[in-house]
Design a protein around this ligand. Structure first.
Ligand SMILES: Cc1cc2nc3c(=O)[nH]c(=O)nc-3n(C[C@H](O)[C@H](O)[C@H](O)COP(=O)(O)O)c2cc1C
Length: 209
């Protein structure tokens, strides 16, 4: 099948699937600057996500300023120290815990760009705000991967009121995802996931895939 404007011989679908199947959570990024046109393309991809009633209730704060990045890093570190670390210790494997620990206590602030994906409550029913904003954040991360950039879908820093204050967000705008973006410090192996057959059923729950 080829969509509007697609090329029957090379619709790009396989390349897209390869991207989907190789995207990872990048917690170590190089400090090299990310060109403005790459950021523009990430935002373009993000704003092409679906949303309930097509309300497009997203907003993005693109943070390059070093002091603001450091402040976001401190907010995440504070949230990590005051409960999240303890919670994660019991739930994450050793390797993932060590990665998140390093990221939450310095890695985040070292990313050259931090994009804060926000939800605009004035443009959405509260019940669908998150469901409308998360696909935009995921589009952004996939577009980063397509451009050879690493990114991370993270929510650790979003619960703190300090984040909204630091970014000067108006009351009707809430931070929902913090996405550090930059060149990956290292190449990551493809993600490992539970097999489809452990999560999918045919026609009726319990009938094996
Ligand atoms: C809703 C959500 C919140 C997340 N929050 C964080 C976070 O605060 N910090 C973090 O390091 N990773 C966070 N992650 C990333 C997950 O840890 C990551 O997607 C998962 O471990 C799979 O990683 P992989 O794709 O590299 O295998 C979050 C992911 C989602 C979907």
């Amino acid at each position: 099948m080829s969509g509007e404007g697609g090329d029957e011989r090379d619709p790009g679908g396989e390349a897209m699937l390869r991207l989907l199947l190789s995207q990872r959570a990048h917690r170590e990024l190089l400090p090299d600057p990310v060109p403005e046109d790459a950021i523009e393309r990430l935002l373009l991809a993000a704003t092409h996500a679906p949303s309930a009633e097509d309300r497009q209730p997203w907003a993005f704060v693109v943070v390059r300023d070093a002091a603001t990045r450091a402040a976001i890093g401190e907010i995440a570190a504070g949230a990590w120290r005051s409960g999240a670390r303890e919670h994660a210790r019991a739930r994450l494997g050793d390797r993932l815990f060590a990665d998140v620990d390093r990221w939450a206590t310095g890695g985040l602030a070292r990313a050259p760009v931090v994009i804060v994906v926000c939800g605009d409550r004035s443009r959405s029913d509260p019940r669908s705000l998150a469901a409308s904003v998360y696909p935009a954040a995921q589009n952004l991360c996939l577009a980063a991967h397509a451009l050879g950039l690493g990114s991370l879908f993270s929510t650790l820093a979003t619960a703190s009121p300090d984040l909204s204050r630091r970014l000067g967000l108006p009351d009707h705008v809430v931070p929902m995802v913090v996405v550090p973006v930059g060149l990956p410090a290292r190449r990551l192996a493809p993600p490992r996931r539970a097999p489809v057959a452990s999560r999918a059923w045919r026609d009726r729950w319990g009938d094996p895939w």
